[in-house]
Design a protein around this ligand. Structure first.
Ligand SMILES: NC(=O)C1=CN([C@@H]2O[C@H](COP(=O)(O)OP(=O)(O)OC[C@H]3O[C@@H](n4cnc5c(N)ncnc54)[C@H](O)[C@@H]3O)[C@@H](O)[C@H]2O)C=CC1
Ligand SMILES: O=P(O)(O)OC[C@H]1O[C@](O)(CO)[C@@H](O)[C@@H]1O
Length: 414
């Protein structure tokens, strides 16, 4: 039986990547900092994935175990590993890199001919490449030439696009209550997932053939990553930041607000125009269908009750230069599309987001109060002063920021 180590036994780990690996015959060792989650994984021989749709169904997941990611026991899993995957959050990758480096050294000692791939299943452009650099720094420190050769030639780091909405699972909110197949949560490992999924992996970066059902291989990986991040995530984030300002609690509530729907649709149309110019593998018709499926089917799925605060989480990351809001807005300028007014409203709403429980949001509000909105765009979003296109976006967002209160007709936080 092939072996996978998956870092992060959260929603995507248990609800998406873990199940695909298990279904393909892998034993999955989940590695997580959460000790009680690991105890639970080790004291159950199965858990259930609930498909949240108007035709609900369930799949039972078996052949897994857990190990605390800070425990030395994790290193003992590496000599037999075939694939390492992660879904811990892009910002956590540098923290797990030293462990992966140590584990790969142990693998080299016991199986110097092994070919192993590492796939970071995180929202963001080039997550596996970022992980490769971090792991490489640790692995190559004090490494022998043979070890360095092993790292460079035997370990693949393949970027991927990972797309499935997996909110925290609460069967009482799944919207399927009147169905014959009412979702019943058996224990805390159970997850609820939307029926749609897409996992696209860079085929040129893989060192081995892993034969995983549901893993799509592609050459133009950046195109798939940007299409997903700059459409699904752009719409999701836009709906959620505006929804939060208008007092909604769930994505379903916010998307029914006509004003919010229209800004979110406008935002993905603005990003779509640039995406089609940059990535010519997608046709206009295909992309229109892609947008409509996201806006009118996936994000409106009544069986998925997703909290707005979950989708808004970590706004510093989401306001990053290459992330879901600033990334497509800059692409519009770079491809001569014109002023992305809807994206600018979305960026402005993200800057206004002020959930006291979100440390990024608190930091952004503090920065706004101390240095002004422009500092956020320059320092957090990396829009460099003197770069003509970046300066245009800054002006566009400043205008949207000032007008948002009137546009939405709501009181905004300080
Ligand atoms: N939930 C979703 O719908 C989707 C999430 N993603 C991406 O997947 C990644 C994971 O997201 P979720 O599963 O929703 O988050 P989550 O919070 O449910 O799971 C993350 C898991 O990582 C663990 N973790 C944190 N630090 C760790 C460390 N240092 N070592 C080992 N484990 C650690 C946490 O304890 C938690 O169990 C993120 O990058 C997210 O952007 C991508 C597509 C969809
Ligand atoms: O996981 P992120 O990047 O914080 O984004 C919020 C949510 O939006 C989604 O992209 C879609 O649900 C998930 O990937 C994610 O949980």
């Amino acid at each position: 039986m092939p072996n996978a180590i998956h870092f992060g036994a959260g929603n995507i780990g248990r609800g998406f990547i873990g199940p695909l690996l298990a279904d393909s015959g892998y034993h999955v060792t989940f590695a997580d900092v959460n000790e009680s989650l690991i105890d639970s994984l080790n004291s159950h021989d199965h858990y259930t994935v609930h498909i949240l749709s108007n035709r609900p169904s369930v799949t039972e997941i078996t052949h897994f175990s857990g190990v605390v990611s800070t425990s030395p026991d994790l290193l003992n899993e590496f000599p037999t590993v075939d694939l390492v995957t992660t879904s811990v959050g892009a910002q956590i990758l540098p923290k797990i890199a030293p462990t992966i480096a140590k584990g790969l050294k142990k693998l080299y000692q016991e199986r110097p001919d092994a070919l192993v791939d590492v796939i970071a299943c995180e929202n963001g452009v080039g997550a596996s490449e970022i992980l490769r650099k971090e792991v490489g720094k640790h692995f190559k420190k004090d490494a022998s030439p043979a070890e360095i050769d092993f790292f460079d030639k035997h370990i693949g780091f393949a970027n991927c696009s990972v797309d499935r909405i997996v909110p925290p699972f609460d069967p009482t909110k799944s919207g399927n209550g009147d169905s014959d197949k009412e979702q019943v949560k058996e224990h805390e490992l159970d997850v609820g997932v939307e029926d749609f999924y897409e996992w696209v992996v860079d085929q040129d970066a893989l060192k081995a053939d892993h034969n995983i059902h549901g893993m799509k291989l592609a050459k133009n990986l950046l195109a798939y990553v940007e299409r997903k991040l700059f459409t699904l995530n752009t719409a999701h984030a836009t709906i959620s930041y505006l929804g939060w300002l208008k007092g909604y609690e769930t994505v379903n509530e916010a998307i029914e607000d006509k004003q919010i729907y229209s800004i979110a649709k406008g935002a993905v149309e603005e990003s779509g125009r640039a995406l089609l110019k940059k990535h010519t593998i997608f046709s206009k018709d295909e992309h229109e269908r892609y947008i409509n499926t996201i806006m009118d089917r996936r994000l409106k799925n009544p069986s998925v009750q997703d909290e707005i605060t979950r989708v808004c989480r970590a706004p510093k990351r989401k306001l990053g230069r290459n992330d879901r809001l600033v990334g497509p807005a800059m692409m519009d300028y770079e491809f001569g599309i014109g002023k992305p007014t809807n994206l600018a409203q979305s960026i402005a709403a993200a800057i206004w987001y002020s959930d006291e429980d979100d440390e990024d949001a608190v930091a952004i509000r503090n920065m706004v109060n101390e240095k002004g909105v422009e500092a956020v765009l320059r320092e957090i979003s990396g829009l460099k002063r003197g770069d003509e296109k970046a300066d245009q976006l800054v002006d566009n967002v400043l205008e949207a920021y000032g007008a948002l209160k009137g546009e939405l007709g709501v009181e905004l936080p300080n």
